[in-house]
Design a protein around this ligand. Structure first.
Ligand SMILES: Cc1ncc(COP(=O)(O)O)c(C=O)c1O
Length: 370
């Protein structure tokens, strides 16, 4: 058999393998618990799930044998009303992840730079390396705010093509104020504001897209609408740019089921927004309960998760130990190996009962070596 791996792109061949998430069924088997008993608070999913109207639309849709609309016209029309932006500015994707990839595909050639303001969503640097781009790091400050002056300096020095700002930021939960985004928009690069968690923050810069030729806003149905498994996201993109994205998008990127569920979700806003309000209220309750506990210091959050620093003993060791302690009780949370977050965990907001389970388990945690 001919050996062909030497024909691979050398930069792809050299990439570290990606660590995929473990599916629920396998997790349940590993933890020796039924799926229903697993408290899954590690990926910022919505514990209330999809709207009943979305589920009914999925059952009722009669045309699964037909390819989906490559222009996702019906969903874009529904989004116009939701966002109050022109249909021509909207393009949809299989999750906002696909839009991140599409934007990089459109802008980056090998050696081009992006600015990454870590700690932040890992897909920005991950995707950038697939385009052999340089990732210029401009870390967030001690309180996780953006360092706008340092971004401006890096923009001057490195001439990056684009900057990605998750707002609110994952995993810190920080919301960068509008005036900071406006300052970034003065810089000569594309500013991608990733608003995956905007519904939990109640603030958005989507209204600026029509006024600024270098602003793209990304949104998703994964978090507030409980459709993470169906993969529906969208970009609000200046008309001069969106035409180029249409040229390179896979024609059938958004499948029929995803489109139907998203349209039905937008028709069931009151139901879904009640759940968003519940999660916001639970965010405040969980925060207050965690603040009151020793050994753990939560950061204020505008999203559907809370980042916490573990202050007990060796923070890094304790962060891993607390993750394992929670996992032993069927509670999954996110733990990090990156140096800036090695002593941190991120807890997605769950239902009141799930959050009670977290609070109880954290309260019982005994750090290693004590
Ligand atoms: C900041 C941010 N952007 C985008 C995504 C991906 O969202 P989607 O499910 O729409 O691909 C996530 C998911 O965790 C995220 O945290």
């Amino acid at each position: 058999m001919p050996e062909i791996t030497h024909l691979l792109r050398p930069d792809i061949a050299a990439l570290e393998p990606y660590h995929p998430i473990v599916p629920l069924e396998m997790l349940a088997a590993r933890l020796g618990r039924p799926i229903e008993q697993i408290v899954k608070l590690d990926a910022n999913e919505n514990p209330y799930g999809p709207s009943p109207r979305a589920l009914a639309a999925l059952r009722a849709y009669p045309h699964y044998a037909i390819y989906p609309d490559p222009e996702h016209n019906l969903l874009r029309e529904a989004l116009c009303a939701y966002l109050d932006v022109p249909k021509a500015q909207i393009i949809c994707g299989a999750g906002s992840d696909e839009l991140i990839d599409l934007l990089m595909r459109a802008f980056l050639t090998p050696g081009d730079a992006i600015i990454n303001c870590g700690p932040t969503f890992g897909m920005y640097p991950f995707d950038a390396q697939l385009f052999a781009a340089r990732v210029v790091s401009v870390p967030r400050s001690i309180d996780w705010g953006l360092d706008i002056d340092a971004i401006a300096e890096a923009a001057e020095r490195e001439r990056p093509k684009m900057v990605f700002i998750a707002n609110p930021n994952n995993p810190t939960g920080t919301l960068s104020p509008r005036d900071q985004i406006e300052r970034l928009l003065e810089l000569p690069m594309l500013v991608v504001v990733d608003e995956a968690y905007a519904e939990f923050a109640g603030e958005s810069v989507v209204d600026l897209v029509g006024q600024r030729s270098n602003l793209v806003v990304l949104r998703t149905f994964s978090k507030w609408a409980g459709l993470a498994g169906l993969r529906v996201g969208y970009g609000v993109v200046p008309e001069g740019l969106v035409t180029h994205l249409w040229k390179i998008k896979q024609p059938y990127n958004l499948n029929c089921a995803a489109e139907q569920a998203a349209i039905a979700s937008l028709a069931d806003l009151p139901y879904l927004l009640v759940n968003v309000d519940r999660l916001i209220a639970e965010r405040a309750r969980l925060f207050a309960a965690l603040v009151a506990l020793p050994l753990i210091a939560p950061f204020p959050s505008r999203a559907n998760f809370i980042l916490c620093r573990i202050t007990a003993g060796d923070g890094q060791q304790s962060a891993f130990a607390i993750k394992q302690h929670l996992e032993a009780q069927g509670i999954l949370i996110r733990h990090y190996t990156t140096p800036a977050l090695a002593d941190c965990i991120r807890i997605s907001i769950g239902t009141p009962a799930q959050n009670d389970a977290v609070i109880g388990a954290v309260a019982q945690f005994v750090p290693p070596g004590t």
